[in-house]
Design a protein around this ligand. Structure first.
Ligand code: VGL
Ligand code: ZN
Length: 209
């Protein structure tokens, strides 16, 4: 079973969104092509889904500003602008993203007390989202990951996939992903490769489908 995980392709991470990733919307067309013609048996999409008072929001910490490192639960935490709040347009998938082929949507980031970059578990590793059990039951042997943002949710999802699903071949689809900063993307790719993630492009996926 081959699975595609599309990470957080939401308005909030695209141009005009509250936490816009440069070029975020450029992944939409590629994601649609992968969903339709990538030869996947299973398509999963994650969705950042925060309560309005989420602890990762700078607005919840008097005196702190977005993109400064603060603390949450006693640990360093990047302070984000309010983003992807449950039920808002910012949290919806990009309107051009074809969601009709999605088999499973994994929401995350609902606990105000901890952030959840990974689609598999909270940043403190205390609570699972359920995605690892779901994928284990589906008996997948390959997981391709793409989406937003490479240096946060894509990276942590890929690292967790390697750790939590050790028998699964995990690949990062570079051209179907965008990151918040160029340095962050470089580091993220290094970390993923060191963890055994294979970097591919959508053309490779489509050619083998
Ligand atoms: C993300 C920062 C905060 C992401 C989500 O999807 O990469 N980044 N929340
Ligand atoms: Zn978030």
């Amino acid at each position: 079973m081959k699975c595609l995980l599309l990470v957080d392709i939401q308005n909030g991470f695209c141009s005009g969104g509250n936490l816009a990733v440069p070029g975020g919307e450029e992944v939409v067309e590629i994601a649609n092509q992968l969903t339709a013609e990538g030869g996947y048996d299973l398509i999963v999409a994650s969705q950042d889904w925060h309560p309005a008072d989420h602890g990762s929001f700078a607005s919840q910490h008097p005196g702190s500003a977005p993109f400064e490192v603060g603390t949450l639960g006693g640990k360093p935490q990047m302070m984000w602008p309010d983003h992807c709040m449950q039920g808002t347009v910012d949290a919806e998938f990009h309107p051009d993203l074809d969601t009709s082929g999605f088999d499973h949507i994994q929401r995350k980031g609902m606990n105000v007390a901890v952030d959840s970059y990974s689609a598999f578990r909270d940043n403190d590793h205390m609570a699972l989202t359920g995605l690892s059990d779901f994928l284990a039951k589906q008996k997948i042997d390959r997981l391709d990951i793409a989406g937003l943002a490479t240096d946060y949710c894509v990276k942590f999802s890929a690292l967790d996939a390697r750790e939590m699903l050790p028998d699964v071949k995990v690949r990062f689809i570079e051209d179907a992903s965008r990151g918040i900063t160029p340095d962050g993307v470089k580091q993220a790719i290094d970390e993923m490769v060191r963890a055994g993630v294979v970097v591919v492009n959508s053309a490779d996926v489509l050619a083998e489908a």
